[in-house]
Design a protein around this ligand. Structure first.
Ligand code: SF4
Ligand code: FE
Length: 483
């Protein structure tokens, strides 16, 4: 079963006993909950597109571990070509779902843990890398969706993990046993947590000597005893509970985040990949963050394509396609969006082989990529709202458009270009609203800011990698300055 279909994926989720709370209720069948299902559809698209011949090269790859063709989301990158194809795959899925399709966090965790465990073993003679290879075989053979989980709740940001008033604010090992460990804590903002078969845990930041019990990495099935999830709210999310789908904006797809709580969960030895070797926590974080910052040069660009398309359609339906300022705004949106893509491709092209053999992006360029993502989607959204017009936020509900008394007025007064049905205008304006202010704004706007690390995190890395000393030397050489 190296490649599942979307339907098989959904059926596989149904077999799980994942414990998820949503708006105060323990959800019985989360796969059919109207607020959760769109996010499942987005993950299902990662399976369905991999079945299509035309996308084979982008969506799948031949595994270095099994020799089988696997979904690229389960693949360890073997070349810069693989790194570029990863970005292309993410752009494609962004275009097809206009939302976060969630499966990248696992792929980024696989690649960072694979290379880091190799280096831990090299130093300590441990066997984490072999264990992790076995885990990767299991993931690839079963085409699993895995939540690569990094972000801890973090409590008081001015204090180290061991200084917190509540020691569980960073996920930690509370007991070392002969056969494994017991962990307690939580992972916050977990993308696709409920829709994942497995969780792959990493530390949230570099850990010092006093925080060794927080330097831990392991994998665990999402429905293991002691794990529960609390689903995150999204703007306008209860529109998904209404009949009819126009007001949702993006009727089929969506993203998902959850708080994942670990209440004294047992992790057997064979699933532990870091346990107290604290100096490797920072290495792992840097690599995962780098890969995920590259990812944003793909997924956000694909969603940007959909938003630019929507703005162009809105202009058409408003009858203003010939206005030169509209043409110029669409050019500006395209320029910004393609700049992000260029960054995603650049950090991939400049990728290098790790000691373990898989490929890693250029860290400086990946951080530049994500830094741009903290800005450009905001400008693209601003221009989309400019083109859409105020009706995007003042339009009556779809129920009113179909109402026996007021429907007539809605349809009469909200017509734009008379050749275009009002419903098309409704749909496209709601779609823009969804991406800029509604549920998908989680993925396109705020996640562009904070996902894969907030802007300051990239600036720290840019400072570290920017080689200012080397640049000063260039000038000394050019001008003949001798110190
Ligand atoms: Fe993938 Fe983008 Fe969602 Fe991250 S934010 S999981 S890269 S779609
Ligand atoms: Fe993300």
């Amino acid at each position: 079963m190296a490649l599942m279909t979307g339907e098989e994926y959904i059926q596989s989720l149904k077999k799980m006993k994942t414990k998820v709370y949503l708006m105060g209720e323990l959800v019985e069948d989360f796969t059919n909950h109207p607020m959760i299902r769109p996010s499942i559809n987005s993950v299902a698209a990662t399976y369905d597109l991999a079945q299509q011949k035309e996308y084979e090269n982008v969506m799948t790859a031949v595994s270095n571990i099994t020799g089988e063709r696997v979904n690229r989301f389960c693949h360890l990158h073997q070349s810069t070509e693989d790194l570029k194809n990863k970005v292309k795959m993410q752009r494609l899925l962004g275009q097809k779902t206009a939302s976060c399709f969630q499966r990248c966090v696992g792929m980024d965790a696989f690649n960072s843990i694979f290379s880091t465990t190799f280096e831990i073993d090299e130093k300590y003679g441990t066997t984490y890398h072999e264990r992790f290879k076995k885990y990767m075989k299991f993931v690839q053979d079963n085409d699993l969706t895995v939540d690569g989980a990094m972000t801890d709740p973090k409590g008081d940001r001015g204090l180290a993990p061991h200084q917190q008033a509540d020691l569980d604010l960073y996920l930690r090992v509370v007991e070392q046993r002969e056969d494994g460990i017991i962990v307690r804590g939580a992972k916050a903002h977990q993308t696709g947590a409920v829709n994942s078969h497995e969780h792959l845990i990493m530390p949230t930041m570099a850990m010092g000597e006093n925080d060794k019990e927080y330097a831990v990495s392991f994998s665990i099935p999402s429905d293991a005893p002691g794990i529960l999830m609390i689903y995150g709210r999204q703007s306008c999310d209860i529109r998904k509970l209404e009949d009819g789908h126009i007001d949702v904006g993006n009727p089929k797809f969506g993203g998902q985040e959850a708080l994942v709580v670990f209440n004294d969960v047992f992790i057997p030895n064979e699933r532990i990949y870091l346990n107290g070797e604290n100096e490797f926590a920072g290495v792992l974080v840097e690599r995962f963050a780098g890969y995920h910052r590259q990812s944003y040069g793909g997924c956000k660009v694909g969603v940007g394509d959909a938003l630019i398309g929507a703005a162009a359609l809105a202009a058409e339906y408003n009858g203003v396609t010939r206005a030169s300022h509209i043409k110029d705004k669409l050019i500006e949106m395209t320029h910004l969006n393609e700049t992000l893509y260029a960054c995603g491709l650049a950090c991939s092209t400049e990728g290098v082989a790790t000691k373990a053999g898989n490929y890693q992006i250029d860290l400086l360029l990946a951080n530049v990529c994500k830094q741009n993502v903290t800005r450009f989607p905001y400008e693209i959204s601003r221009l989309a709202e400019d083109i859409a017009g105020g009706l995007m936020v003042t339009m009556p509900s779809d129920i009113d458009f179909k109402h026996p008394i007021v429907g007539e007025y809605c349809n009469k007064y909200f017509i734009g270009n008379s050749k275009v049905p009002v419903e098309n205008r409704q749909k496209v304006l709601r779609f823009i609203e969804n991406l800029t202010l509604g549920a998908s704004a989680v993925g396109y706007r705020t996640e562009s800011m904070h996902g894969a690390g907030s802007p300051q995190a990239q600036r720290v890395m840019i400072a570290r990698q920017g080689n200012i000393e080397g640049k000063k030397q260039l000038v000394k050489d050019l001008t003949g300055i001798k110190e």
